[in-house]
Design a protein around this ligand. Sequence first.
Ligand SMILES: NC(=O)c1ccc[n+]([C@@H]2O[C@H](COP(=O)([O-])OP(=O)(O)OC[C@H]3O[C@@H](n4cnc5c(N)ncnc54)[C@H](O)[C@@H]3O)[C@@H](O)[C@H]2O)c1
Length: 258
Amino acid sequence: MNINGQVALVTGGGSGLGRATCEQLAAAGAKVFIFDMNAAAAAETVANIGAERAAFALVNVADEASVQAGFEQLVAAFGALQICVNCAGIATAGKILDRDSNPLPLSEFSKTISVNLIGSFNVARMAAALMAKNEAMGEALERGIIINTASVAAFEGQLGQCAYSASKGGIVGMTLPMARDLAKLGIRVNAIAPGIMGTPMLLAMPKNVQEGLVSNIQFPKRMGLPKEYGDLVVHLASNSYINGETIRLDGAIRMQPR
Ligand SMILES: NC(=O)c1ccc[n+]([C@@H]2O[C@H](COP(=O)([O-])OP(=O)(O)OC[C@H]3O[C@@H](n4cnc5c(N)ncnc54)[C@H](O)[C@@H]3O)[C@@H](O)[C@H]2O)c1
């Protein structure tokens, strides 16, 4: 797909990987619409790009009515949608049993699944419905692309990551069937599984936890840059032959139990 002139929706575009994605897509010529729960952060991303090429709506991706209202604002602002990138997510931790063998409150598990997995599907399904209305574009006759954000924790969840890993494993699992469901419409679906990326989510962790995570990275021996995530989104959107795939972006890390 030629990104120039297309409209992209980025959830979680107020921070970290989502913000870098907005900036890289805008640099490639796309208009960018953000769904985020943090209005100040989303407004800052919009200001970085310029209000004529970017806008945001205050949306909770896990809430059906909120996402529906967000899509109405997107259509009012930019008319159509060709690229959807789900970056909104929360990092949660908690073992199935705590030190005293009390079980993890079910509400903590449900919240993680609700934002990370159900939120991604909620946005993807409404994005696909909007993309289905597009004219087929270019030699590949594409109508759109959806990119979901998984994590290496989908494959190697650490201690305390039952809920987070389940949410990200669900994203990996739905990538191929979603691509199959949408193939006849010319809509591709891929996922990115980042490793340890230098975003506010990671940089908020205690220094010793950050150092432990970086020590498992093979090369380059540093956290990934949000821009490197944005660059991969731009490539996935541009390369019409990548479909139904989850791509690790992780410096060859394989997460250890702790
Ligand atoms: N940073 C990493 O190392 C890393 C690694 C693997 C996967 N990921 C995944 O990448 C995605 C982005 O992570 P990040 O590090 O940029 O995080 P971040 O915390 O910097 O940004 C997340 C953004 O999502 C928004 N958000 C959270 N819940 C929301 C909701 N219910 N509705 C709408 N917006 C919501 C937040 O306001 C924030 O702007 C997440 O899905 C995360 O799980 C991150």
